[in-house]
Design a protein around this ligand. Structure first.
Ligand code: GLU
Length: 592
């Protein structure tokens, strides 16, 4: 899930510094290592480091003045996290450098073949195989652009690459992982990156690169080609609509805390949207043969909650699919089916892979995405933008809130209850706002209470089952503690064996039709000595700790995720974890 960033015609003549800033904004995609290469005087200078992109420009000073360069921030898939494996990678004669986002699935086979041809490898990455493969192609035809094209065609898997030559030419190719071009018509600067956000402060316009396209940039002139045919493609230039989005912490200690506090804002953003588009989607839902929802990780939980809302409030038999595990459905998908896909980035490889199959079968796709210019939006027949503002913390919080609020809204509109849904969401945003303002101390107290716990169990049912799953994800991601979400009623079938004195069990319940069922489970765990933490509007004697939440009726599941997000935040804070960038994960998972 690496991030790629390039600048061409850098107006400050300090390409290294511009790229460093771009990489900093792409760091959510990976922070194992980073590297920057710039071109000047018919040579390429390169720096590489393990760890997060420098906050200061100190290391950049080692690079010469330059107007063109490429950079990379890595989330290692192949080869350890070491300086030598950091991108970009030099060609053997140092005439070009290359950086990659993706996984070359046939890299072992290619490497074996190239090794037999006497190519030497200095890294353990799959990336270096692409570099050597281009060198090999160059021996057949001494034109770099065709060599890149020929090499790229031999790669299996979802890959995007970028190349800088010692003459200042930049070539990029996309198949799967994201790639966008930013333009600043005033300064003539060109940016090539994995997302729009990274160059939004510097550019006004963008060109979205499609899969199987190749970009060639010589002397500041861009040309786009189809990789397979080699034919030049026309391209459209679009305005960048996120220009004024702020990406600072606005006084909060961490982006995670800032973004949790933006829940009321993201719900209100939803309420401002054009209802006509929702009506069209509602009609498609009613007409569809089968309705599926799909997502990965937190967005997968949002997809599951959306399916719940469609079943519960619209009487639609919606089926939830896990992005990475939907293969057995391929044969069952039909042109009359409809897929709903909530996604933060719109670039999640596991989901895109399924949606590409779905599209080929002629089924329709509706997506709800937070990032502009994504492949998922481009694939969709019904395009919804979350407009939640940039979510910088690697852990998704506010976008999850927006996604499940969207699922609720879509379900209610499908049921013909638009006014009621909007009213409920408007009230919910006020209730969340009040809750956020008044409950910090109590949640910090609970965080302290759970600080030494080794395992944390979460129980939920009905509208709160997916909420405890998402609470589990937040706890695991932020605190590195073992958390385990269980459908409350299922506990007695297996996990009850784990209920011993002192085990913390968080129970999330609402004033709904399953409230008494949940309490029965609570009594069962209580009888075995568990410490029960209730997150609910009403107190129960079985609770050892009670986090009171307002009762927002039908939307109460959406409210209930807020204390769980805050809890994960405060435990992580007390443990001294790197909250905005937890170990090993990246935000936008663009590899399979
Ligand atoms: N496969 C490359 C590496 O491990 C790129 C990884 C990625 O894009 O996440 O360095």
């Amino acid at each position: 899930m690496c991030g790629i960033f390039a600048v061409i015609n850098d107006k400050s003549n300090n390409a290294g510094q511009t790229i460093r800033q771009g990489l900093k904004r792409l760091e959510y995609r990976g922070y194992d290592s980073w590297g920057i290469a710039v071109q000047s005087d018919n040579k390429i200078d390169l720096i590489k480091y393990v760890g997060e992109v420098d906050k200061t420009a100190d290391n950049i000073k080692k690079l010469p003045k330059s107007i063109v360069g490429i950079g990379h921030t890595r989330w290692a898939t192949t080869g350890a996290v070491t300086k030598i494996n950091a991108h970009p990678h030099y060609s053997t004669d140092r005439s070009f450098v290359l950086a990659q986002n993706g996984i070359v699935e046939n890299y072992e086979e290619l490497k074996k073949d190239l090794t037999q041809k006497k190519y030497r490898f200095v890294t353990q990455t799959d990336t270096e195989v692409i570099t050597r493969l281009i060198e090999e192609e160059l021996t057949k035809n001494n034109d770099l652009f065709s060599a890149v094209r020929q090499a790229f065609l031999q790669l299996k898997g979802r890959n995007t690459i970028i190349i800088l030559t010692k003459t200042g030419q930049v070539i990029a190719a996309r198949n799967g992982s994201p790639l966008v071009i930013g333009l600043n018509p005033e300064s003539n600067e060109i940016f090539i990156s994995s997302d729009v956000l990274s160059f939004a402060p510097f550019a006004d316009k963008m060109i979205i690169i499609d899969n199987n396209q190749l970009v060639n940039c010589i002397n500041g002139k861009i040309k786009i080609f189809d990789i397979r045919s080699g034919q030049e493609n026309k391209y459209g230039i679009e305005n960048i609509d996120i220009k004024n989005d702020r990406v600072d912490k606005q006084g909060y200690a961490h982006f995670m805390l800032k973004e949790i506090n933006e829940a009321p804002y993201v719900i209100n953003q939803l309420l401002k949207q054009d209802i006509g588009a929702y009506n069209e989607l509602a009609a498609a839902i009613k007409k569809a043969r089968s309705v599926y929802t799909i997502g990965s990780g937190t967005a997968g939980v949002a997809a599951a909650q959306t399916a719940f809302y469609l079943r519960e409030y619209a009487g639609i038999n919606a089926i939830y699919l896990v992005g990475a595990d939907a293969r057995e459905y391929y044969e069952l998908i039909d042109k009359d089916d409809l897929f709903l896909a909530p996604s933060q980035s719109g670039e999640t490889a596991d989901v895109l892979e399924v949606l590409e199959v779905v599209k080929k079968k002629g089924a329709k796709i509706a997506s709800f995405v937070n990032m502009s210019g994504s492949m998922m939006t481009r694939l969709s027949d019904y395009k919804f933008m979350a407009q939640s503002g940039p979510e910088i913390c690697v852990l998704s919080t506010k976008v999850f809130d927006a996604q499940i609020a969207w699922g609720y809204l879509v379900a209610k509109i499908t049921a013909g209850k638009t006014r009621e849904a909007k009213e409920n969401l408007r009230n919910l945003s006020v209730q969340i706002g009040n809750y956020l303002g008044n409950n910090k101390t109590k949640i910090q107290e609970l965080a302290k209470y759970l600080l030494n716990a080794h395992d944390i169990f979460l129980l939920g049912k009905y509208q709160n089952f997916q909420i405890v799953r998402e609470g589990m994800i937040k706890l695991v991601e932020a605190t590195y503690k073992h958390a385990h979400a269980i459908p409350a009623g299922d506990l007695k079938h297996y996990a009850i064996t784990l209920m011993e004195p002192g085990v913390p069990v968080i129970v999330v319940s609402s004033n709904d039709k399953v409230k008494s069922d949940i309490l029965n489970t609570v009594y069962e765990v209580k009888a075995r000595g568990a410490r029960v933490i209730g997150i609910s509007p009403e107190f129960d004697e079985s609770f050892d700790f009670h986090l009171e939440v307002p009762d927002s009726g039908e939307t109460s599941a959406i409210l209930n995720i807020i204390p769980l997000q805050l809890l994960a935040y405060y435990i992580a804070l007390m443990l001294g974890n790197n909250i905005d960038k937890p170990r090993n994960i990246a935000k936008s998972v663009t590899v399979k």
